[in-house]
Write a protein that binds this ligand. Structure first.
Ligand SMILES: [Zn+2]
Length: 268
């Protein structure tokens, strides 16, 4: 195989892996906020309770073949299930592309873990306005472990920058939480901040800053849009977790080139 063929093949493997893990992500999104096991029982139709057959549980494809309806009762199956699976597939491909072109394949295991957990957290926060400890607290250990693995696999970067990433993110999110007395920012956001800051800081301080700014800019744009179309009043609360996670994705993918372009604009 030549280089392009291997790249396309690797992309397809990552996309397939994203679809399968995204399918598991749908289970996590539905059950973790209710404190239920993500292993048992097997998935069932929310309308009629019939267990979903293995052949009807193929990511995206089953939804298309069944024409978005339960095989047993005919109730509609929401398009968000295949959309979550497709999103995971696309995010996995983007993260794989970034790791390959920036020569950071050692960081890919942690990036993919965050790709899946981040997608789940964003959906749960949008649904329930909270970020469950069951996901945010383990990531406080998984993140440094993933950075150590990256170092062992040859993606040797600065632990000091990762620590600065923690300071920047925890300072900004924790500061806003304290100033707003928990109304602007939830405690879940504060528990999420150090992990995201460490991941971005490992990639570079530019990524940590760009990711944080991107979260606030996208959050403000969406907030203003929702107010303009009267979907939200000035006092209605918008979950901020999805923006922190989207900002992190932006910081990973384009944080370094954006900050480099910004500084070169000053130098000349
Ligand atoms: Zn059914």
């Amino acid at each position: 195989m030549n280089d392009w063929a291997s790249l396309v093949f690797a992309g397809m493997v990552l996309f397939g892996l994203g679809l399968i893990l995204g399918s598991f992500g749908n289970v996590v999104i539905a059950r973790v906020p209710e404190g239920k096991s993500v292993v048992r029982p097997r998935s069932a139709c929310p309308a009629c309770g019939t267990q979903i057959l293995g052949r009807d549980n193929i990511p995206v494809i089953s939804w298309l073949i069944l024409r978005a309806r339960c095989r047993a009762c005919g109730e509609r199956i929401s398009a968000r299930y295949p959309l979550v699976e497709l999103s995971a597939g696309v995010v996995f491909v983007l993260l794989g592309w970034w790791a390959w072109q920036s020569d950071s394949l050692g960081l890919l295991p942690l990036l993919l873990a965050w790709g899946l957990v981040g997608l789940c957290l964003a959906m749960i926060d949008a649904d329930h306005h909270r970020l469950p400890d069951a996901l945010t607290l383990p990531m406080l250990l998984v993140t440094p472990a993933g950075l150590l693995l990256a170092q062992l696999l040859g993606d040797d970067r600065s632990w000091l920058d990762a620590a600065w990433g923690v300071v920047i993110w925890l300072g900004a999110i924790g500061g806003l939480w304290a100033l707003s007395r928990g109304r602007g920012m939830g405690l879940g956001d504060v528990k999420l901040a150090p992990s995201l800051g460490a991941l971005l800081g490992w990639i570079g301080l530019g990524s940590a800053v760009v990711g944080l700014l991107a979260a606030f800019i996208v959050g403000a744009l969406i907030g203003i849009t929702l107010m303009l179309v009267h979907r939200a009043g000035r006092r209605s609360r918008i979950a901020f977790g999805p923006f922190l996670l989207l900002g992190t994705l932006i910081g990973v993918l384009v944080g370094e080139p954006i900050s480099a372009a910004y500084w070169s604009g000053f130098v000349g």
